[in-house]
Design a protein around this ligand. Structure first.
Ligand code: ATP
Length: 365
């Protein structure tokens, strides 16, 4: 397998009103050519922020403190102050942002949007050239060329999302970062979009996809590997089937156990929520960030950073995994039945806004 992306030591924080929320903390991810990497985790765990860093779209109040991307042997430093060449955005990495299909202006035809996007990357491109490129792409993907003449409201939700995906990839980016692309779609439109993304990978329109969603069944269908994030860090990363059927990190096991869908693999399991709530990232717990909610917690978890057990493509960041290498977590042991000391959870005071309720507009706009 050829390596497409090496992203190392990514750290970024939101700085608002004197409070620093480190939403992604020393995360490294690697993607091979042709792979779809799914990113899962509860709301507020840093999925969209990771997407913003990888797609080079982080902007105030989100500041990248450190990190390097290597794509096709070209290295790019991401820390604040680094010069990011214009050519990287759109043609090396491209973002399909959360809610993109609802942010299309209702007064513009799709063809105008295509031209505006292409012109933003190449001021000298003619309208005909831009539209020819879009027409060819629609034909390659067996979609009707007449969508170019439509206004957004004339397209179904599923078609709108496929069109936005096509526009985001007109420059053939090496890596597409898709943030919750299927969340607002019905199941048949979800399937159509996933099939189209796979077709685009086969046709080498792009060479890899980072697919961010909280929807585990969708991730299992679309991803080759899944990264499970918790409180700004990767708890576990591994082949999608292994994560879905034999997770090695207690948090992955707990997350899977709380899925409420009638999928055959999940149907036999007793669905159980995860007690407590994710920590406030302005003040995360010491040691393993999941330790206050973990059923397999041991003394080291409270004070020490957990080791990565495995290799760079497949690992579980966990002391239990270090003692049980290769073993799946027993699902009924992943979380405690009760949490005796709720103060350990760093819950917000009554009436306070949880940290993860803040807007992400700044990061992905
Ligand atoms: N503009 C912002 N200002 C301050 N904090 C923010 C901002 N945007 C996000 N955060 C915080 O950063 C953390 C990570 O947020 P992020 O949106 O990346 O999570 P997520 O996993 O994508 O969540 P969701 O699934 O709800 O989109 C959260 O604690 C959130 O409160």
């Amino acid at each position: 397998m050829t390596r497409l992306l090496e992203a190392t030591h990514l750290t970024a924080a939101y700085q608002t009103g004197g409070v620093e929320v480190r939403a992604v903390d020393d995360v490294s991810v690697h993607i091979d050519e042709g792979e779809v990497l799914g990113v899962a985790g509860e709301s507020g765990c840093g999925k969209s922020t990771l997407g913003a860093i990888l797609s080079l779209t982080a902007r105030a109040p989100l500041y990248v403190e450190s990190g390097t991307l290597v794509i096709d042997g070209q290295s790019q430093d991401l820390a604040v102050g680094s010069r990011i060449p214009r050519t990287w955005r759109g043609s090396v990495v491209s973002l399909l942002p959360q809610g993109a299909m609802n942010s299309i202006s209702p007064t513009l035809r799709v063809r105008t949007l295509v031209y505006d996007v292409m012109r933003a990357h190449n001021a000298r491109i003619s309208k005909n050239e831009a539209l020819d490129r879009a027409r060819d792409r629609l034909k390659e993907l067996e979609l009707p060329v007449r969508v170019l003449d439509a206004y957004p409201h004339q397209l179904s939700g599923g078609m709108k999302q496929r069109v936005v995906t096509i526009i985001s990839t007109l420059l053939n980016p090496r890596l597409l970062i898709a943030d919750e692309p299927t969340s607002a779609l019905d199941v048949s439109s979800q399937k159509a979009l996933i099939d189209m993304l796979k077709q685009m990978l086969e046709q080498k329109i792009m060479s890899g996809v980072v697919f961010v969603t909280h929807d585990l069944p969708v991730l299992r269908t679309v991803s080759d590997r899944i990264a499970v994030m918790y409180a700004g860090k990767i708890a576990e990363i591994g082949p999608a089937e292994e994560i879905a059927t034999g997770p090695k990190h207690p948090y992955s096991a707990a997350l899977l156990n709380s899925v409420l869908v009638p999928e055959p693999a999940f149907r036999k399991k007793r669905v159980r929520g995860i007690p407590g709530s994710p920590p406030n990232l302005a003040n995360p717990p010491a040691g393993c960030r999941f330790h206050p909610r973990c059923g397999l917690v041991m003394p080291d978890c409270r004070t020490k950073e957990p080791p990565h057990v495995g290799d760079e493509l497949t690992f579980s960041a966990c002391f239990w995994s270090a003692q049980h290498p290769g073993e799946a977590v027993p699902a009924d042991k992943a979380v405690p039945r009760h949490i005796d000391d709720p103060t350990e959870l760093d819950l917000p005071a009554a009436g306070a806004t949880p940290a993860h309720a803040a807007t992400t507009e700044g990061a992905n706009a």
